[in-house]
Design a protein around this ligand. Structure first.
Ligand code: HEM
Ligand SMILES: [Cu+2]
Length: 627
């Protein structure tokens, strides 16, 4: 295999006219400092899976505390040492640190890097017909900056004072005052430094994705023929490029406040009876800066998952995606709107109620493009000749959790209602369904769908089914009850609720949630086994196992660096030519010229707008003449 790679590579390079000389195919340049987008994608995927395991484990630890408040956690002492107090319960400060690390790792390292990093890297060049990203070197740098960031964050777990404890949003003044709590000391500095590296990585990656999509599309691959995955990755990169720098600035200013005596976020503040010299800053400024990334971030996480779902649903319904233009339009709408709703996270920050009503209005408009997408998924499924692959189940599961979690967004978006629900478990339920679970399902759909391309082998579909059903049922069991305890007033981020009589009523439900969480987490072992076993022992994958139209399935089983050994295929049609009336097969890949399928060259009804229809008519007649 290694030799095949090298020869492919040489051919590719001759055709391509690369002048770089760094692919000698040795271990380091092939597997570690690789500039091949496919290898970088696999690095992102494996690192993402690793952090998903760590992040999940952290949540299991704090769920134990919440579900079984009286239980002795002594058995965790080998893992947690002094974070288990002498009474056998979890150290309260460490509880908050666990929540913080869980959120940060899951949002940034698993769902941003692991999901978007993997599939943007893997699919952009392969689906648009390019040999690699615009800059392979920057791409490699992007992965390694991410890796460095994640290691810095991880190391903070081993500090004597523990990792950052301030929630994934690390609001000042708590985060700005090292003397406030243990979790504001070195751990907070490492958190901020890690985020700066992570954002640098995201910016390098994003610039590459955008440049590649704009400049390196193969002949015929117009924007209107782009697979929806690529549209999603492209717009995700745009969102990231415009919003991440704001968090980078916010983090740097916070470092200044903490370490260099500035007062960006602090003013007139007393700690332990002592008046601090800070004047003129505002912690609310930080909230604005944070949520200017924080809200778009939820779409940075979600859009790629929605793109993957479009691809998987169309392929496995054997139908053209319904409303391609509406899908692109709604993603554009989401992209733009995601920048103007950030203050819906700040309804209780003392925001002027008039401003609140404007943000409420803008927030509720986002429901429109979201609903358009849901409608189009369902209409694509409607009367489809559905093939229930594991990827398809996870995609349908995504649509389900996206609806369930999206609906509660409409409640929260109303500023008057949000005042009751803010910082309760209702919010936790909302975002875990709509962001956490939906994106996780998108990640899984992507892995099951593209595994055969990435590793040349098939995953076991029966294990995939078991994995899906346990996860799907498990996720609802975990997050659905949270709505109820949230409406009843159960606050988020409380370490112990048993000291308040009123909260005692939730003990049973909390135990239920914890048990469900442990089972759902354990079920992921089935996936891990299937993934790693299939990588080496899975059935060899056929060239195009799902009979899909997109270009990645036209490459060889182990495409070398450069993707296509000879010329890059040209593109003639959009990616959703499934079940065309008159066609011999129920799919016609994008690189098949119209002249090869004259019997079926009339467009699907909803495929083209008027002038394109006219052009297509001319096209088909001339093709027919040729044929
Ligand atoms: C119909 C669309 C949506 C609306 C109207 C909406 C509205 C809201 C509102 C108002 C809040 C603040 C609640 C509070 O803090 O009290 C919120 C929180 C949140 N939403 Fe949404 N949302 C929507 C969709 C989404 C999507 C698609 C995602 C993820 C991809 C998402 C992720 C989150 C997250 C992560 C939080 C909580 C952040 C935190 O406090 O730590 N939301 N949502
Ligand atoms: Cu938001």
């Amino acid at each position: 295999m290694a030799t095949a790679n090298i020869s492919n590579e040489n051919i590719a390079h001759d055709v391509h006219g690369h002048d770089d000389d760094h692919h000698h195919g040795n271990f380091i340049t092939t597997y570690i400092f690789s500039t091949d987008h496919k290898m970088i994608a696999k690095q992102y995927l494996l690192t993402g899976i690793l952090w998903a395991f760590v992040g999940g484990l952290l949540s299991i630890i704090f769920r134990l505390q919440l579900g079984f408040p009286g239980m002795s956690l002594e058995f965790l002492r080998p893992l947690l040492g002094d974070w288990i107090s002498s009474s056998g319960s979890l150290d309260p400060e460490f509880y908050l640190a666990l929540v913080t690390m869980h959120g940060t790792i899951m949002v940034f390292f698993v769902l941003t890097a692991g999901l978007s990093g993997t599939f943007s890297n893997y699919l952009i060049p392969l689906q648009i017909g390019a040999r690699d990203m615009a800059s392979g070197f920057m791409n490699m740098l992007s992965y390694w900056l991410f890796f460095l960031a994640s290691i810095i964050m991880f190391i903070s777990l081993f500090l004597e004072t523990g990792p950052a404890a301030g929630g994934w949003v690390v609001y000042p003044p708590l985060s700005a005052l090292p003397q406030a709590i243990q979790g504001s000391q070195a751990g907070m500095t490492l958190w901020l430094v890690a985020m700066v590296f992570f954002i640098a990585s995201q910016l390098l990656g994003g610039i590459n994705y955008i440049t590649t999509v704009i400049n390196l599309r193969t002949s015929g691959m117009s924007f209107s023929k782009l697979p929806l995955t690529i549209w999603a990755f492209f717009l995700t990169a745009v969102i990231g490029l415009l919003s991440f720098p704001v968090l980078m600035a916010a983090s740097l200013l916070l470092v200044f406040d903490r370490s260099f005596g500035t007062s960006f976020y602090l003013s007139e503040i007393y700690i332990g009876g002592e008046a601090l010299p800070n004047v003129g800053g505002s912690p609310i400024l930080y909230q604005h800066l944070f949520w200017f990334l924080g809200h778009p971030e939820v779409y940075i996480v979600l859009l790629p998952a929605l793109g993957i779902t479009s691809e998987v649903v169309a392929t496995n319904s054997r139908k053209p995606i319904f409303g391609y233009r509406a899908m692109v339009g709604s993603m554009l709408g989401i992209t733009i709107l995601s920048f103007v709703v950030w203050a819906h996270h700040m309804f209780v920050s003392g925001l002027n109620p008039f401003l609140g009503s404007i943000f409420m209005f803008l927030t509720l408009i986002i429901a429109v493009p979201s609903a358009v997408k849901v409608f189009n998924y369902l209409t694509t499924l409607w009367k489809g000749n559905i093939v229930f692959t594991p990827a398809m189940l996870f995609s349908i599961g995504l649509v389900s959790v996206f609806i369930s979690g999206g609906l509660t967004g409409i409640f929260l978006g109303n500023s008057a209602i949000d005042i009751q629900l803010h910082d309760t478990y209702f919010v936790v339920a909302h975002f875990h369904l709509v962001m956490g679970s939906a994106s996780f399902f998108g990640l899984m759909a992507g892995v099951y769908h593209w595994f055969p391309k990435m590793y040349g082998r098939m995953m076991d579909r029966h294990l995939g089914y078991v994995h899906f059903w346990l996860t799907f049922v498990g996720i609802y069991l975990v997050f659905f009850p949270m709505h109820y305890i949230g409406i009843a007033g159960f606050p988020r981020r409380y370490y112990s609720f048993t000291t308040f009589d009123i909260l005692d009523t939730f003990a049973d439900l909390n135990m239920f949630i914890s048990v469900a969480a442990i089972l759902t987490f354990s079920a992921q072992a089935i996936f891990a086994y299937n993934f790693f076993y299939s990588m080496y022992r899975g059935r060899l994958a056929p060239a195009n196992p799902w009979k899909s139209n997109t270009l990645e399935w036209t490459t060889s089983r182990y495409p070398g660096h450069g993707n296509w050994p000879g010329e890059i295929p040209k593109v003639y049609r959009w990616p959703y030519d499934y079940s065309k009336p008159g066609a011999k097969e129920d799919y016609i890949p994008q690189h098949i010229p119209f002249s090869a399928t004259p019997e079926s060259n009339l467009p699907h009804e909803n495929e083209m707008i008027a002038e394109e229809k006219a052009a297509a008519k001319v096209d088909t007649t001339s093709n027919e003449a040729k044929a």
